[in-house]
Design a protein around this ligand. Structure first.
Ligand code: ATP
Ligand code: MG
Length: 590
């Protein structure tokens, strides 16, 4: 009852929706300036018809957790609309609940919004900056007989509130004299009463069909340190009392929020109608982002962290912006995805594969190609001179020739991927096998002649020969091996740890069908590979910059690399299942 509107109540049905059908999906290219959705239509009309002179929006996170991909939708919408219409967007921290809020969250929110590519300039605000004003307005409402101090307990208040089918009944304190409420409210502020002893409530209508209007709580007693106001206060405004007035103070013209606040709009309107606020913001609701295989509730994300299912808010498996960043997802890919899904009023669940597709599209264009061997098998080229090293020119990005090339050292002993070799290959296996020739990318053709095994019969080395006339990867006689493998020189390779990631939740709809959410956790969401080898150019790979390990996927150097051994996170594999489904003409998964 003291909390903000809870998204859990409005979780959409468990289907993957029309959102994915070509009819409703916004398929305009990400760079298209005219992304028209109902919010942008409203803003354009308000400007055209003079209902507002300029646009002011805000992104209002509560600093009780890290921002996630769902917030990115709201950030891109609020900052995007302001940018496109020449207005401004404030960043407002809605810090009205000191028990759950922390400075760490405030800092991470600012970092993440900037990283996503948006700037609030000087317009950083905190709801706590308005505590004095909000208190005065609460006193105004008491004085005009529109608010009262209630001595009922939280349980009693809930009981008196009624249900969707039954009206509520008035508290016995509802008609206490104004003077008495004023006195008690002042003493609540002064710290005379313990937590929960009394609350301040708006006097609206205990029989209102909309339960939010049945004398909602405005203030409660909380003896707690606030990250910004310290112990200056021991009464705190409920989110619903702070939110609309904060918008009004900041002159917000379009107060954009998610659907769970729709039923609260009449209450926000009641407050601004009954208070001497400087402006009357209008609220518009849109559908929150839901993704398959993903949980986007801060409460649950906090549990994942606290119960150590992940290593922290920025664990690469988390859907938080800091987790995605650490995993190697570029901000541009996140923004493109938000553009692709558009803004609608109907709840939906988007396939996470679509998100990954948007990110791959960016990475394919921008990421440098590199050689890395995750499960190394030694290759010795018997006819290659001992001690010789040749520098092979390899393109950095065939999709972007301006990215140039690099030289990669080639020598007699190499590492190749263990699964690029089979001793008894089945018909369709074209990679290395005894007696077979393959191309080593941008180097030479090699042929395997002998397989060396250890005492247990495990293949530990391949003895090969190379054809010196195939330098650079092509033969003068035009012959073409069926497979091209990546490789690293054993002498020059740099050892690395590689962390492979899969969905954190196995089920597309975690915690549905009567299962506990945590039962759906994927026990194999992280696989740590040690003893991998990467080409020397990766020795000082910038943390967080994503490269493509040829033939393997996209990887980003992890911040753990700073403490010594190189660590890479797999951002994504190369396989784009969403693009494949689209190509097959399958638009939904129903
Ligand atoms: P959660 O439900 O994850 O706890 P919240 O709504 O409580 O999130 P806030 O910090 O209040 O988190 O969110 C700030 C803004 O981001 C709000 O305007 C909210 O509507 C929006 N937002 C939160 N989650 C999503 C989402 N999944 N999709 C779109 N917008 C979201
Ligand atoms: Mg919420």
């Amino acid at each position: 009852m003291f909390e903000k509107a809870n998204s859990q109540h409005t979780r959409p049905a468990q289907t993957v929706l029309p959102m994915l059908s070509s009819a409703t999906m916004n398929t305009q290219t990400p760079s298209s300036p005219e992304r028209v959705d109902f919010i942008r239509e409203i803003v354009a009309a308000d400007l055209r018809d003079g209902r507002c002179q300029s646009v002011v929006t805000r992104f209002p996170p509560e600093p009780n957790g890290y921002l996630h991909i769902g917030h990115a939708k709201s950030i891109c919408l609020n900052f995007g609309v302001a940018q496109e219409f020449g207005g401004r967007c404030n960043l407002r921290l809605d810090d009205t609940n000191p028990v759950k809020e922390e400075q760490e969250y405030v800092d991470s929110i600012m970092t993440d919004v900037r990283w996503l590519g948006f700037d609030w300039g000087e317009h950083l605000y905190f709801a706590s900056d308005y505590f004095e004003q909000l208190y005065e307005w609460a006193v105004d409402l008491i004085e005009t007989g529109k608010a009262y101090v209630d001595d009922l307990s939280a349980d009693e208040i809930r009981e008196y509130r009624g249900t969707l089918t039954e009206p509520g009944k008035p508290s016995p304190w509802r008609d206490r004299p104004v003077e008495e409420s004023l006195d008690l409210f002042a003493r609540m502020r002064a710290g005379e009463f313990p937590n929960g002893a009394r609350v301040l409530r708006a006097k609206i209508d205990m029989a209102a069909p909309n339960i939010n209007l049945r004398d909602p709580i405005m203030y409660r007693i909380v003896h707690a340190q606030h990250p910004r106001t310290g112990d200056a206060w021991c009464v705190y405004p409920i989110y619903d009392f702070a939110h609309g007035q904060s918008d009004a103070i900041e002159g917000i013209t379009h107060s954009i929020c998610t659907l769970e606040f729709q039923d609260h709009r009449p209450l926000y309107d009641w407050y601004v109608d009954n208070l001497p606020v400087p402006s009357h913001p209008h609220q518009y609701e849109f559908a929150r982002l839901n993704l398959t295989h993903t949980v986007l509730s801060k409460r649950t994300l906090l549990r994942l962290v606290n119960e150590e299912h992940v290593r922290g808010w920025d664990d690469p498996r988390m859907p938080t912006l800091s987790g995605l960043r650490r995993r190697g997802f570029p901000a541009e890919g996140i923004r493109d995805f938000v553009t692709m899904i558009g803004v609608a009023k109907a709840d939906s669940v988007v396939e996470v594969e679509m998100f990954e597709h948007a990110v791959r599209t960016v990475l394919n264009r921008t990421s440098l190609r590199r050689f890395a061997v995750l499960d190394p098998l030694k290759v010795v080229i018997e006819n290659y001179p001992e001690g010789l090293t040749e520098e092979m020119e390899v393109l950095n990005n065939p999709e972007d020739l301006s990215a140039g090339s690099r030289s990669v050292p080639f020598a007699r002993e190499l590492w190749i991927e263990r699964d690029d070799f089979m001793e008894d290959p089945p018909k369709k296996f074209f990679r290395l096998a005894p007696g077979r020739e393959v191309r080593l990318r941008s180097a030479y053709f090699v042929t395997c002649h002998e397989v060396v095994k250890d005492a247990d019969g495990k293949v530990v080395e391949l003895r090969c020969t190379y054809d010196p006339d195939t330098r650079g990867g092509s033969a003068p006689d035009g012959r073409r091996p069926k497979a091209t493998l990546h490789w690293v020189s054993a002498e020059h390779a740099v050892a690395a740890e590689v962390r492979l990631y899969e969905h954190l939740f196995n089920s597309p709809f975690p915690g549905t069908d009567g299962r506990d959410l945590f039962e759906d956790l994927n026990p194999d969401s992280e696989t740590v590979l040690r003893g991998c080898f990467v080409e020397p150019a990766l020795a000082d790979a910038p943390i967080g910059e994503t490269v493509q390990f040829e033939r393997l996927g996209y990887f980003a150097a992890d911040q753990d690399s700073a403490s010594g051994a190189l660590v890479f996170n797999r951002t994504l594999t190369l396989k784009d299942s969403w693009a494949k489904l689209q190509a097959q003409g399958r638009h939904d998964t129903a």
